[in-house]
Design a protein. Structure first.
Length: 216
């Protein structure tokens, strides 16, 4: 029996986006329902996001599995009992190990209360999460999406989102103003739109090419 949890959406969100945006609607029609795994445990998602910075997905999975096996239960209390070198020995840089140790201490010292984030609007959550050293806006937005499962997240800082927009709408560049226009159009189901933009960027519609100028 699978323990996997997926981002929940359905016909309501899909039909809304189809009405609001013809090109996105056509993509939704062809791609169908997307199953994207989520992890509702915000602490483990946060640490996993640090682990995954600037390394391949395969390397991230290997290190993450090792950490989960070594530190049980995977909680701030457990991680707080080990030194930075022990965290680093799982296969990450000393810098990342320092970030993880700092995050753990900040949570235990109640500098940031992860439980209280559930009641906050997205912008406040981003403000709180980026207090952690090693957590930028993009990481916070991915946590909003794949851990907290917020319904209206579209990340300007996500290169694949920008690529998906360029491909879907035939733009050479996505300016911030253009991005805001699309994000308004997708609201209040921006996260579902993001799932399809990632899918387009990943080649789900093979006839769509990226019109961005190639670097020579």
């Amino acid at each position: 029996m699978s323990n996997q949890i997926y981002f929940v959406y359905g016909n309501k969100e899909m039909e809304h986006l189809k009405r609001k945006d013809q090109r996105l609607g056509a993509a939704i029609e062809r791609v169908g329902l997307i199953k994207r795994e989520v992890n509702p445990d915000l602490f483990s998602s946060l640490i996993n996001s640090i682990v995954g910075q600037q390394i391949s997905t395969k390397a991230q999975l290997t290190v993450w599995k090792r950490m989960q096996e070594r530190f049980q239960p995977f909680t701030p209390e457990t991680l707080n009992k080990v030194d930075i070198e022990t965290i680093q020995a799982c296969g990450i840089s000393m810098r990342k190990a320092g970030y993880i140790s700092g995050i753990t201490s900040a949570i235990l010292n109640k500098e940031v209360n992860l439980q209280s984030l559930a009641e906050m609007p997205d912008e406040e959550v981003i403000k709180e999460l980026t207090k952690f050293k090693g957590v930028g806006i993009w990481t916070a937005e991915m946590l909003l999406t794949f851990s907290m499962q917020r319904p209206d997240v579209v990340s300007f800082g996500d290169l694949a989102i920008q690529r998906g927009m360029r491909m879907l709408y035939s733009h050479k560049k996505i300016t911030r103003e253009l991005f805001k226009e699309y994000k308004r159009r997708y609201s209040p189901y921006g996260t579902v739109a993001s799932l399809y933009l990632w899918s387009v960027a990943g080649g789900a519609l093979p006839e769509l090419k990226d019109p961005a100028p190639k670097n020579k």
